[in-house]
Design a protein around this ligand. Structure first.
Ligand code: SDX
Length: 380
C-alpha cells in the first residue's frame, strides 16, 4: 500500500496540547489562551514562565513564591565554569550551553527521576540557571570574571546584570523581558519536538533539554538570529541590501535568514512586536542603521517574493537581531539568549510529555533494493 510521506513532518499533529496555539493563516499566537501581543505588552518573563507551567497567570503571592523558588537556583556549580574555561575562546556558545546542561545532569544526584515532582525540581533549576551560565560563558570566553547572580533581580534583569557587570536600566530590562516573553514558547517547533521525542523514551530531563539545545543551534531554527546579524554586517549599508537579497535568492535553495516559517503564512506576530521595539530603540539610541537595513530587507523580500507569487515574511529571528544589537549584546550570544527564554517552553512540553507519555517512533518507507543474495567477499 502506497504510504503518504510527510517530509519535515509538515502538517503532522503528534498530540494535543494546552500550552500554546499558533494560527498560521491569521498570524496569531496564544499562550494558554492569552494573546502574545498582550503578554508582550503587559507581562514579565517570570509571569509568562509561570503561565506556561501552570493553568493561568500568577497572582502577586504566587509570582513572589515562584521568584523565591527560582532565586536560590540562580547559582551554577563551579565545574560548569571550569568546563567553560577549558574551551577554546572561539567555541560556538551553543556548544558551551549544551555542555553546561549535560554537565548539570552529571552533577545532579537526583537527575534520573521523571516523576512530576522531580521534573518540576529540575525545571526550576534549569530555568534559573540558563541565564547564569549563558552570561557566564560570554564573560569567561572574553577573559572576564563571572558575576554572581543577584537573587533580588528577575531573570531578565539578572541576565543583563551578570552579562554586563552593572545593574541594567529599567528600559533595558523591559526590552529583555519582552524579548524573553516572545521567545518562550512556540508549539512543536524543531527543538521542542526533539525534547518531547527524547523525553518520550523516559530518559531524564537533562538529556531531553540537551537534545533540545542541540536542535535550537541550527541556522534554520534558533541559529537564524545570528545569521540575520551576520548578513546585515556583511551587507554593511542600506544601499547594498537590494543586491544581497537578489543574489541570495538567485542561488539554488538560497535562503534569506529571518524570513519564512513552516506554520506562519503571513508575518509572525512576534516579528511585528520586535519590529516596533527595534524602531523605538533606533529612535532612542540614534543608531538606526540596523533597523533601516532591516526595513529595506523586508521591502526587497516583499518585492522579490511577489514576483515569485510567494509570501515569505519576517519571523521572530529577523528583528530580534537588530534589537539585540542595539542592546549591545554579542552577536554569537543571540541564540543562547533564545535558549534562556525557550527553556520555559521546553519544560512545559516535558511536563506534558511525561504526564501522558507514548514513545515516539515514526516510520520510513523503504525504497531500496530487495532480494539480494549474499556473496563471499572474494566474489564481490
Ligand atoms: C524559528 O517552527 C518554529 O516555530 C520555529 C520558531 C520558534 O519560535 O521555535 O518560530 C523559531 O526557528 C524561526 C525560523 C528561523 N529560520 C530562518 O529564518 C531560516 C530561513 N528560513 C527558511 O529556511 C524556512 O523558511 C524555514 C526553515 C523557517 C521553514 O522551512 P520550510 O517550512 O521547510 O519552508 P521551505 O524551505 O520549504 O520554503 C517554502 C518556500 C520555498 O519555495 P520553493 O523552493 O518551494 O519554491 O518558501 C521559500 C522557499 O524558496 N522560502 C524562502 C525562505 N523561506 C522560505 N526563500 C528565501 N528565503 C527564505 N528565508
Amino acid at each position: 500500500m502506497e504510504q503518504t510521506i510527510y517530509r519535515g513532518l509538515e502538517g503532522v499533529h503528534i498530540d494535543t496540547t494546552t500550552i500554546s496555539r499558533i494560527d498560521g493563516q491569521r498570524g496569531e499566537l496564544i499562550y494558554r489562551g492569552y494573546d502574545i501581543r498582550e503578554l508582550a505588552d503587559k507581562a514579565s518573563f517570570e509571569e509568562v514562565a509561570y503561565l506556561l507551567w501552570h493553568d493561568d497567570l500568577p497572582d502577586r503571592a504566587q509570582l513572589d513564591a515562584f521568584h523565591a523558588e527560582l532565586a536560590p537556583n540562580f547559582t551554577v556549580p563551579e565545574p560548569v565554569f571550569e568546563a567553560f574555561r577549558s574551551m577554546p575562546a572561539a567555541t560556538h556558545p551553543m556548544h558551551a550551553i549544551r555542555t553546561a546542561v549535560s554537565l548539570l545532569g552529571a552533577l545532579d544526584p537526583e537527575a534520573e527521576g521523571v516523576d512530576d515532582a522531580n521534573v518540576h525540581r529540575i525545571g526550576l533549576k534549569l530555568l534559573a540557571q540558563f541565564a547564569t551560565f549563558t552570561a557566564a560563558y560570554a564573560r569567561i570566553r572574553d577573559g572576564k570574571d563571572v558575576i554572581a547572580p543577584d537573587p533580588e533581580l528577575s531573570v531578565a534583569a539578572n541576565f543583563l546584570y551578570m552579562l554586563n557587570g552593572e545593574p541594567p536600566t529599567p528600559a533595558a530590562t523591559r526590552v529583555m523581558d519582552v524579548a524573553l516573553v516572545l521567545h518562550a514558547e512556540h508549539g512543536s517547533n524543531a527543538s521542542a519536538f526533539v525534547g518531547r521525542a527524547t523525553a518520550s523514551t523516559l530518559t531524564d530531563v537533562y538529556s531531553a533539554i540537551t537534545a533540545a539545545v542541540a536542535a535550537l543551534k541550527g541556522p534554520l531554527h534558533g541559529g537564524a538570529n545570528i545569521g540575520v546579524m551576520q548578513a546585515l554586517e556583511e551587507i554593511g549599508s542600506v544601499e547594498a541590501v537590494d543586491g544581497y537579497v537578489v543574489d541570495t535568492l538567485a542561488r539554488p535553495n538560497g535562503r534569506v535568514m529571518g524570513f519564512g516559517h513552516r506554520v506562519y503564512k503571513v508575518v509572525d506576530p512576534r516579528a511585528l512586536i520586535l519590529k516596533d521595539v527595534a524602531k523605538h530603540l533606533a529612535e532612542e539610541s540614534g543608531d538606526s542603521k540596523w533597523f533601516e537595513m532591516s526595513l529595506e530587507m523586508e521591502r526587497v523580500m516583499d518585492r522579490e517574493m511577489a514576483k515569485r507569487g510567494k509570501q515569505v515574511k519576517p519571523n521572530v529571528d529577523f528583528f530580534s537581531a537588530s534589537v539585540y544589537r542595539m542592546l549591545g549584546l554579542p552577536r554569537d550570544m543571540y541564540t543562547p539568549i533564545f535558549a534562556v527564554s525557550r527553556i520555559s517552553g521546553w519544560m512545559a512540553h516535558l511536563y506534558e510529555q511525561y504526564a501522558n507519555n507514548r514513545i515516539m517512533r515514526p516510520r520510513l518507507t523503504y525504497d531500496g533494493p530487495l532480494g539480494r543474495t549474499f556473496r563471499p567477499i572474494e566474489q564481490r
